[in-house]
Design a protein around this ligand. Structure first.
Ligand SMILES: *[C@@H]1O[C@H](CO)[C@@H](O)[C@H](O)[C@H]1NC(C)=O
Ligand SMILES: *[C@@H]1O[C@H](CO)[C@@H](O)[C@H](O)[C@H]1NC(C)=O
Ligand SMILES: [Cu+2]
Length: 467
């Protein structure tokens, strides 16, 4: 491993030199720049495409390594301890009259992303994300959003996935991000998009909400976010959006045992799916960096998606309580025992008193509540939903005209060199195809969400093919 890293560093230095000699603007500072911009420059300057491909891939691998090293910075450890202590004190104080929680905003109501008022629901979340992505208060090299997103890597992958601990772990994780963001996390109810003829045309894939769905994010509130691991998307290539029927089937499961993994994810019968598996399908549907477990949390979409999963978990939990069947299911899975601690990224001694059982408990549940799914006829008064009177359900509006575009940087040849210009182009799978043709597979390793043996018939099958 060490030898591999050394050769990586040497290699990067030599390529940097090559590019620098030819390009006075220097080398790309991150992977996305590499793919969307430096590639084209390389073409224009006749640098070997293979050389640049290798450079970009190694850049990402190397930057992910340095991020792992930076997570050991004591300033980051202290910050994470501060956030975790906040949650713990909040849980301890939930029933006391004096709510002396470090969380200033007390109980929160999470709303659907398209629910009004836009400025307080989606707008507040989007501004909070941007503020954290631009904040280097905790670390000089990692922004605060990415510090928190990193908690969803390392040991958190086995402890928070593939078992009943999935729901408890993500419930706590969402609360940590919510505290840092400073306003309630909105949830993305995918059942409002699923009934559309083409869900890629949903208003959520416009600058008003998530921004473009293909390639690097260049429109909307998350356009060109700073950070080592910049999200890339490839929506609708495989997987599925969770539908109303999926959710109904998950909610009708008889016990936690069937609701959680590893009860069958896919066994030839779609409705055998556990809730975790249903959510896996949506990660796969999002594609790009949302698909590997270790990178998914770096796209701000992750949190509204998981807030929706947490909402469904809460509904199921309430039924289990009513039926006197709300005991955390011990399935003898390593890391998922009732009293196992919820580890975030790594061990932070002294703060991990939270267990999976706590995540299924009353106190953590009482901290947040959810609105019900917008319903006909007024669909929560949202501008971005309408009532489909034939089915009597609310459905997302489609994005319009010039919103259906992504910004792309393209090279312009000038007399004394190359400059880039911004160009609008349709946000479509063509963007992903172009990147893949030039670049090949994404250099992201490790577990992926899935396994997914089935996909929505409407998906394209154009994959970003991970190494
Ligand atoms: C680009 O590089 C290749 C191989 O090094 C060379 O054969 C070709 O002539 C070059 N093209 C230009 C326009 O310089
Ligand atoms: C931790 O933060 C302090 C105060 O901002 C700073 O002086 C110090 O250099 C930081 N330590 C590291 C290892 O980054
Ligand atoms: Cu996860």
């Amino acid at each position: 491993m060490k030898a591999f890293l050394t050769s990586l560093v040497i290699f990067i230095c030599s390529v940097s030199l090559t590019l620098q000699m030819k390009d006075p603007n220097g080398t790309p500072s991150n992977f996305v720049e590499c793919m969307e911009y430096e590639f084209i420059i390389a073409d224009a300057k006749n640098i070997s495409q293979i050389e640049v491909q290798k450079f970009c891939k190694d850049l990402l691998v190397n930057q992910m390594e340095s991020m792992a090293v930076e997570m050991k910075n004591p300033n980051i450890t202290n910050y994470i301890k501060h956030l975790a202590r906040g949650i713990i004190s909040e849980i301890e104080n939930v029933n006391s009259r004096q709510k002396r929680s470090v969380y200033r905003f007390g109980n929160v109501l999470r709303r659907e992303i398209r629910e009004p008022p836009y400025d307080q629901v989606w707008g507040c979340y989007a501004r909070g994300v941007r503020r954290l992505k631009n904040s280097y208060d905790v670390s000089n090299t990692m922004n605060t959003f990415d510090v928190i997103a990193s908690l969803h890597t390392g040991v958190a992958i086995p402890v928070g996935h593939d078992g009943p601990g999935f729901f408890s772990w993500h419930k706590a994780f969402l609360r940590i991000m919510e505290f840092a963001i400073g306003c309630p996390l909105p949830y993305w109810d995918t059942t409002l998009d699923f009934p559309m003829a083409d869900p890629t045309q949903s208003i959520v894939w416009s600058p008003k909400f998530f921004g473009n769905g293909y390639g690097a994010i260049t429109s909307g509130p998350f356009a060109n976010l700073p950070g080592v691991l910049q999200p890339i998307r490839n929506i609708n290539s495989a997987g599925w959006l969770m539908s109303r029927q999926d959710i109904q089937m998950a909610l009708s499961k008889p016990s936690y045992f069937e609701f959680t993994e590893p009860s069958p994810c896919y066994n030839g019968n779609r409705y055998a799916y556990s809730m975790e598996c249903l959510h896996d399908g949506t990660h796969v549907w999002l594609g790009g960096t949302a698909e590997p477990t270790a990178t998914a949390s770096f796209d701000p979409i992750f949190y509204p998606l998981h807030a929706f999963v947490d909402k469904i978990f809460g509904l199921f939990r309430r039924r289990m309580i009513q039926e006197g069947n709300a005991v955390y299911p011990d399935k003898q899975i390593t890391g998922h025992a009732p009293r196992d601690r919820m580890l975030f990224y790594n061990t932070f001694p002294g703060i991990e008193s939270l267990t999976h059982e706590d995540g299924y408990g009353e106190n953590l549940d009482q901290l947040v509540s959810y609105t019900s799914t917008p319903s006909c006829p007024n669909c929560a008064g949202s501008d971005d939903l309408y009532c489909d009177t034939t089915q009597n359900i609310c459905v997302s509006r489609t994005r319009q005209g010039p919103q259906n575009m992504a910004v792309n940087r393209v090279p312009m040849r000038t007399n004394d060199g190359i400059e880039t210009a911004e160009m609008m182009e349709p946000d479509s799978p063509v963007r992903v195809q172009r990147i893949m043709n030039r670049f090949g597979a994404l250099p992201i390793r490790g577990p992926m969400f899935g396994p997914v043996g089935m996909r929505d018939r409407r998906t394209t099958g154009i994959s970003m093919r991970f190494m």
